[in-house]
Ligand binder design. Structure first.
Ligand SMILES: Nc1nc2c(ncn2[C@@H]2O[C@H](COP(=O)(O)OP(=O)(O)O)[C@@H](O)[C@H]2O)c(=O)[nH]1
Ligand SMILES: [Mg+2]
Length: 197
């Protein structure tokens, strides 16, 4: 087997992703755009939806399970158990909602506690709302630098910059897995695998 084939055979192809952030920032619209589903005409608070999509990144296919979360969990232990099972997180805020930006620190902290090696992507959604922008692009980029993750600004409404979010997250998770494979034993990896639902 050639080295490239061995690399590919070694990397598991299923990836669990959670989209998190305050209610109303556009998480469900981002997910629906990515899945090419129609957006709801009216705001419908999410209970919890899981979707699956085959994503190709750098010539390799990944079955990505996308967990569209509700903004709020009444049972913290349940939320934490979901975090533990996820490989990557889309940390979402709305550029027109400062509170949604400020709340990310809490979420990022919970994620780091439960899944220290998870890959993150920071997303400032609703970039079409230029007139009511409360968070500058620089502030978004600064927070992403603090979290050591990529930063994207998107508009789910206008289907702008949605695919790159997930492509980038899948790439980050794949990179992390390769590092894990190099650094840790097979047993360590087995302990980490668990089911979302
Ligand atoms: N202007 C604008 N509105 C958006 C955008 N994305 C979502 N919305 C609207 O924001 C509201 C909440 O969206 P939703 O996806 O349900 O938010 P969630 O609670 O985070 O899942 C809905 O009324 C959407 O139409 C966007 O990119 N731009
Ligand atoms: Mg929702």
């Amino acid at each position: 087997m050639k080295k490239k084939e061995m690399d590919q055979a070694n990397v598991p192809s299923d990836i669990k992703v959670m989209v998190v952030g305050n209610a109303g920032v556009g998480k469900s619209c981002i997910v629906k755009r990515f899945l090419k589903k129609p957006l709801d005409a009216e705001y419908r608070p999410t209970k919890q939806d899981v979707y699956s999509k085959l994503v190709e990144v750098d010539g390799q296919s990944y079955q990505v399970e996308i967990f569209d979360t509700a903004g709020f969990y009444s049972v913290a232990a349940y939320r934490d158990s979901l975090y533990k099972c996820s490989d990557g997180f889309v940390l979402t805020f709305s550029i027109s909602d400062e509170e949604s930006f400020n709340n990310l620190n809490f979420l990022q902290n919970r994620i780091r506690i439960n899944r220290p090696d998870a890959s993150l992507i920071l997303v400032g959604n609703k970039k079409d709302l230029r007139e009511s922008r409360e968070i500058t692009e620089q502030e978004g980029a600064d927070l992403a630098a603090k979290y050591r993750c990529p930063y994207y600004e998107s508009s789910a409404l206008f289907d702008d910059n949605i695919s790159p979010i997930f492509q980038s997250l899948v790439r980050e998770v794949a990179k992390q897995r390769k590092q894990d494979l190099l650094l840790s034993s097979a047993k360590n990896r087995k302990d980490k695998s668990c089911k979302l639902m």
